[in-house]
Write a protein that binds this ligand. Structure first.
Ligand code: UVW
Length: 320
């Protein structure tokens, strides 16, 4: 498909459902409004074994950090260590002789497991809730990651292990699935999808990043959910607050039907206010779910409170 035949995302989504205004003109957290004390208390009932799974990928993994093309992995720099107190070193002399280590990172806020602020993507000059896209200039004045971080995300989550469901170690580049496939996967796993569930989808695609090295980015097109009006309506009807996946960008990168890039970012995040969480490490959790047959769990996550940030690293917790 050549670029000229690719339609504008706004045309593709012209009849798509929208939640703009649903939570008032000042809302900045969208579908997270679906998660309140009732959902938190119900989710807490799912904690039975006390097993805790942390879903963040390592920042500074010696095997490499998978990032969206054009972003670079985080660089951690050691600022102070014991060597600074060697003879002639510049380690500060504290009363009592304390030594310490300091370091800093230079990182894309979306360069690891992350929450996107709802203002992270847009089209036609408007971000979530109809705010002007010019509010993003120099930092997000509206719908940044900060209100999500202030609120936190807690609820019942369900793992949909699409790789196991399809009998593959990893889904393939550009492989797609729909909400019907998610429902079939849930049925095969013996778990019910309920309204206001946090959806956690495993493809294990990033295993190929670690196996292929730089070749991973050749013809880059991740597998994932593919846009259809029915899928977006299903997310709206199911009141899904948060979509968590183990890919870099949560959906098939280029829609095979029209070539549009990341149309679900626009349909789900910009229009419905569904919060997106990417690059989650679901491997230990998925093995445990396959072992005990329990695919539902308590989920809690809070990105960092970064003023005006378009996203933030996060280490979500799944507790069974
Ligand atoms: C883009 O939107 C480009 O990336 P992501 O949502 O994966 O951070």
């Amino acid at each position: 498909m050549t670029e000229t035949t690719v339609p504008a995302v706004g045309d593709v989504l012209k009849d798509a459902p929208s939640n703009w205004g649903k939570w008032g003109p000042d809302d900045e957290v969208g579908a997270l409004n679906y998660l309140g004390p009732e959902q938190v208390l119900a989710a807490a009932q799912l904690i039975r074994s006390g097993k805790v799974f942390t879903l963040q990928r390592l920042i500074g993994d010696p095997k490499g950090d998978p990032v969206w093309p054009g972003r670079t992995p985080a660089e951690r720099t050691q600022i102070l260590d014991e060597g600074d107190w060697d003879e002639g070193g510049s380690g500060p002399a504290f009363p009592g002789g304390l030594h310490y280590a300091d370091d800093k990172i230079n990182a894309f806020l979306q360069g690891s497991t992350q929450y996107d602020g709802l203002g992270h993507v847009w089209y036609d000059g408007k971000i979530w809730n109809g705010y002007d896209a010019r509010t993003t200039i120099g930092g997000l004045d509206k719908a940044s990651v900060e209100p999500i971080a202030q609120r936190g995300v807690v609820g019942r989550a369900v793992l949909l292990d699409m790789a196991r469901f399809r009998g593959k170690p990893t889904l393939e580049a550009a492989e797609t699935f729909t909400h019907e496939d998610l429902l079939a996967c849930a049925q095969a796993q013996g778990v019910e999808l309920r309204k206001r569930d946090i959806l956690v989808i495993r493809t294990n695609f990033l295993q190929l990043f670690f196996e292929l090295g730089d070749k991973f980015y050749e013809g880059f097109c991740e597998p994932g959910l593919v846009y259809s009006p029915e899928l977006v309506q299903w997310f709206a009807d199911m009141e899904i607050p948060n979509l968590v996946t183990d890919t870099i960008a949560n959906e098939v990168t280029f829609d095979p039907n029209n070539g549009v890039a990341l149309s679900l970012h626009c349909a789900l995040m910009r229009n419905l206010g569904v919060t997106l969480t990417e690059i989650a490490d679901l491997e230990k959790l998925a093995d445990d779910c396959a072992d005990d047959g329990r695919y539902e769990f308590f989920y809690a996550a809070a990105p960092l409170k970064v003023a005006q940030g378009s996203g933030s690293p996060v280490n979500p917790l799944a507790i069974k």
